[in-house]
Design a protein around this ligand. Sequence first.
Ligand SMILES: C[S@@+](CC[C@H](N)C(=O)[O-])C[C@H]1O[C@@H](n2cnc3c(N)ncnc32)[C@H](O)[C@@H]1O
Length: 366
Amino acid sequence: MANLAAIEFVYWLERLLMSELEKMETELVQLTKQLAEFLSLPPTERSIPGFAKIWRPISRYRVKLRTALQDHGSILSDPRYRDAKGSEIQQRVGYNAAHTRLRLWPRIEDMVNRQITPEAKRLMPQPTEYMDGAHNRYVNHIYAALHTLALPSAEAMLNLISDAHPDIALPATHFEALVHAAYRICLAQGRTTPPRFLDVGCGGGTKIWAALPYFPDASGLENNPTQVQVGAAAMAKINAPAECIIEADARRFFDYSSYDVIYFYQPLKDPDGLREMEDQILEQARPGTILIAPYAAFSAAEGDLRCSRIAPSIYVAGIAPSQTEKLCARAEMIGTDAPEHSNSFDAALGYWRPVVDASRRNGYTL
Ligand SMILES: C[S@@+](CC[C@H](N)C(=O)[O-])C[C@H]1O[C@@H](n2cnc3c(N)ncnc32)[C@H](O)[C@@H]1O
């Protein structure tokens, strides 16, 4: 009888500690929301004293949560508690999740600290930074193989459409620098929906694949049917989004306005055809659309009222150069962390969620 009472007591104590823990975490959400609001201020309005005022009450919870979790942990490992419930899995899952959030503390602090007085970083690095050195050369070597694997055989290539450029790929590290810059511009634009990316003349689709970490909604246009077939099969093998290669002629495509980032690496060798394609893109692109055109012959490179240059090889459609300058200044203040997408990680963030979301919008991740 006495044993049963002791078991009941341990069980009751566990519930009490759990509700204490939940109460503390709920209180913390109010404070982390304030921190998220602080991080959503323009960088010039963030200050160290402003941050300290918000962070101090948050950090008091760190000690309280650690103590509560230690107490809770000892109850969960008490054999009488296990006897009472038979299975304590649910409680342990809750306990582990709370522990994970507590362990995130130093990483959160570091991520937030980097945003208090951030420094401007230019949108495109110097070419030597993305082309030179063993690491860049190695990545480009591996990418070249992926590119070749997604090409039709030499025999099938004999049927190439005559005015098309053979599928010469832009090196992967150059492409990464361009899409990362475009991603930072998108964040600076404060878009509310995920940007849609399009590779015009996508060949085997490997640049669609390479864009996915920055733009999960990515697709490409290709007019060579054999290339579409081979590329689609290659993309399916690596689980790229279904139907991501659209068979269409870039000069007669009338849906450019559905995209937010349009990349074209001189798909046509005939200058008139190339101009026709560029005109379609420039006519249809919505204001604010980011155009990535890494080739010297781009007709708007020397100035075109329909777009203005924001960084080397990157243009913004439909806005005045003065607006583009302001956008560039905002984009240069966006952090350079690569985006992260993990639904299971996000689900466990709890009270940190508002801070992590606000940081992602600023280009910072854990
Ligand atoms: C230079 S490669 C593309 C390379 C790839 N986008 C990259 O950045 O690495 C050119 C591709 O554009 C395709 N292309 C040429 N003319 C086209 C057109 N009018 N419409 C759509 N695709 C075209 C070619 O078949 C070829 O696969």
